[in-house]
Write a protein that binds this ligand. Structure first.
Ligand SMILES: *[C@@H]1O[C@H](CO)[C@@H](O)[C@H](O)[C@H]1NC(C)=O
Ligand SMILES: *[C@@H]1O[C@H](CO)[C@@H](O)[C@H](O)[C@H]1NC(C)=O
Ligand SMILES: *[C@@H]1O[C@H](CO)[C@@H](O)[C@H](O)[C@H]1NC(C)=O
Ligand SMILES: *[C@@H]1O[C@H](CO)[C@@H](O)[C@H](O)[C@H]1NC(C)=O
Ligand SMILES: *[C@@H]1O[C@H](CO)[C@@H](O)[C@H](O)[C@H]1NC(C)=O
Length: 542
């Protein structure tokens, strides 16, 4: 008798109760008071572990290396960890051994899921570091991995699986890693990085925003200007209109940027690529903040279709002003704007009025129905200012960590150094609506391009066949309000679904057509049913 009663309850819920759930505003949970280091940089690996690290020149962290291990440096010895592996499932922390200074560096995942991490400060500025996604793996370092010193540079995975590293403080060039061919051992000049500074003395366009466009060229944005770069031939193919408003969007006047969902459900034509950039502040805010004047941050966002024949910025206003916000794409295709401050800028002790409430930006991933564009969500109690990060986890939560706006670890400062990690549960996790669960992907978790595959899922409750879609999300390397390589595709699926003998559901879909749409590597598949995503299922495409 029991199954019948169960069915009855679900039918009632389907028609009424679940609809109330839309009013939830998410929730926060403290996962760990201290992981021993401040999560200035974070990357989720395909084994579902998160690598977090700050810098190795801070002096002692709050975590020693295991078994009395120390690193011998020129004059002294350092027995502290500056990097950890965090397991979101068990909350276990494993200290890792980083040898060179990773302060304000960049990163990306290689095709095989290895974290390739580049640059940093002083002795770390030309280093490329590798960390494989395995049980007891630790950092391996190539001291001469880069041709130029790269401090505050940005990375993007390219269609051939290589990684481009762009800019850095006083570096008006780009290069490729790893160095496999002659063209990788060359430095490419990019005057745009010089031209977009506020003044020659103020390198205020750091950590440029990079997005791989659907034609394989690279969109590069700095402050309020953008170009499309053919990085192979070192040619600027197009210059975009200046973003209106006179706001600077890059470090230290830091805003954030995402490539909006690439909708492949018309898989015969290349989808438009559209960029969304939010927050930042006036170009001189950092100078003013250094003199004790904390200018209100911008509340503006701009959207630009970078593949349009004559693109035009479409400006919008956030409900809260924000500098140093992180923009994280959720599995639903919506964008979570989280962390940061309402006044001041990035840099040491120069931000005020922490913004504790995340804001949801609804993109209309599926069909353009945006409902309310912005939604203010429940606040955290922990300020996350300079050197804070956010990262989407496989289970759909957003991991939030870091914040060290101080010269050193300082637990008594106005905004103390944060060694904690929290999880934000977006509204889709605080409703009572059932989550779909992906059971299997066939022919397997390794997919080629243009490949037909099936996805088997289960759902406790009734399936609405006209309200589901499947997204594919690339894990990002996040630091300084940029989520490098963040990318979300809405996949093409055939209409209708089959019911299997065991009562599950079967969908048939298509992997992306080209590596310009989805560079090779690891992604997570999410099935979104009536706005509620499943947990992510890792796939590798190449
Ligand atoms: C880090 O260690 C210092 C010194 O032992 C201690 O005062 C501080 O409370 C610790 N901070 C955290 C967040 O554990
Ligand atoms: C696919 O493209 C056609 C032609 O551009 C358009 O009419 C149709 O609405 C698109 N379908 C979807 C699901 O976007
Ligand atoms: C911590 O920050 C406070 C306030 O900025 C400052 O007075 C103090 O000297 C700092 N402590 C350390 C150890 O740097
Ligand atoms: C998607 O592309 C595949 C070939 O790659 C084709 O067989 C299929 O019909 C297409 N589906 C849709 C929904 O356009
Ligand atoms: C199924 O989803 C569609 C599209 O969101 C919606 O209009 C419809 O009301 C839903 N059906 C049920 C039974 O909830």
């Amino acid at each position: 008798m029991e199954p019948k009663i169960f069915t009855f309850i679900l039918l009632v819920s389907c028609s009424s109760l679940f609809n109330l759930a839309q009013s939830h505003q998410g929730k926060w949970k403290l996962l760990k008071r201290s992981i021993g280091v401040s999560a200035m940089h974070m990357q989720l690996l395909p084994n579902d572990k998160v690598i977090a690290f700050d810098r190795s020149d801070f002096g002692p962290s709050n975590l020693t290396l295991p078994q009395g291990k120390c690193i011998q440096e020129s004059k002294s010895s350092d027995c502290y960890a500056h990097s950890v592996e965090f397991d979101p499932a068990t909350r276990a922390v494993r200290p890792l051994t980083i040898l060179s200074d990773t302060w304000c560096s960049s990163g990306a995942l290689s095709v095989d899921g290895t974290l390739v991490q580049s640059g940093g400060y002083r002795l770390g500025e030309k280093v490329v570091r590798y960390l494989k996604p395995c049980m007891d793996c630790d950092w391996e370092e190539d001291q001469n991995g880069l041709l130029s010193p790269r401090w505050y540079s940005s990375n993007q995975v390219l269609p051939d699986g290589k990684i481009i590293v762009v800019g850095g403080r006083y570096q008006f060039t780009y290069e490729f890693v790893p160095k496999l061919s002659d063209s990788d051992r060359q430095l490419y000049v990019l005057p745009f990085l010089k031209e977009t500074r506020y003044s020659s003395l103020v390198p205020n366009n750091l950590y440029p925003f990079l997005h791989l466009s659907t034609d394989g060229n690279l969109f590069v944005f700095a402050n309020d200007r953008a170009i499309l770069l053919d990085y192979v031939n070192n040619k600027v193919i197009r210059s975009y209109p200046v973003m209106p408003g006179g706001i600077s969007r890059n470090y230290p006047t830091t805003g954030s940027s995402v490539l909006l969902p690439l909708k492949l459900f018309n898989n015969t034509s290349t989808p438009d690529a559209e960029v969304l950039i939010c927050g930042g502040t006036a170009p001189d805010s950092n100078e003013k903040a250094n003199a004790g004047v904390f200018v209100p941050a911008s509340n503006s966002c701009g959207r630009l279709i970078i593949t349009a024949p004559s693109p035009k910025w479409e400006m919008e206003e956030m409900p809260i002003n924000r500098v140093m916000g992180d923009m994280i794409m959720l599995p639903t295709g919506d964008v979570l704007i989280i962390n940061g401050a309402a006044k001041g800028t990035a840099g040491w002790i120069v931000a005020r009025d922490p913004v504790l409430s995340p804001v949801m930006y609804r993109t209309g991933a599926r069909n353009g129905d945006e409902n309310t564009r912005f939604d203010v969500l429940n606040p955290s109690s922990i300020p996350r200012l300079y050197h804070s990060t956010a990262h989407l986890l496989s289970d759909g939560r957003v991991l939030v960590g870091g914040s060290n706006p101080n010269v050193n670890y300082n637990f008594s400062a106005l905004y103390p150094t944060e060694l904690s990690l929290e999880a934000f549960y977006p509204p889709y996790l605080t409703t009572k609506k059932p989550r779909p669960s992906i059971l299997a992907v066939k022919p397997g978790l390794k997919l080629g391009y243009k490949q037909k595959f099936s996805l088997e899922f289960t759902l406790k409750g009734c399936v609405n066949q006209s309200d589901f879609f499947v997204t594919m999300v690339a894990p990002s390397f996040t630091t300084h309000s940029i989520a490098m390589n963040q990318r979300l595709l809405v996949l093409a699926f055939d209409d209708g679904m089959k019911k299997t003998a065991s009562g599950n559901y079967l969908l048939e879909g298509y992997s992306p057509e080209t590596a310009a749409l989805a560079p090779p590597g690891y992604y997570q598949l999410f099935l979104v049913h009536e706005g509620i995503p499943s947990k992510g299922k890792w796939i590798q495409i190449k």
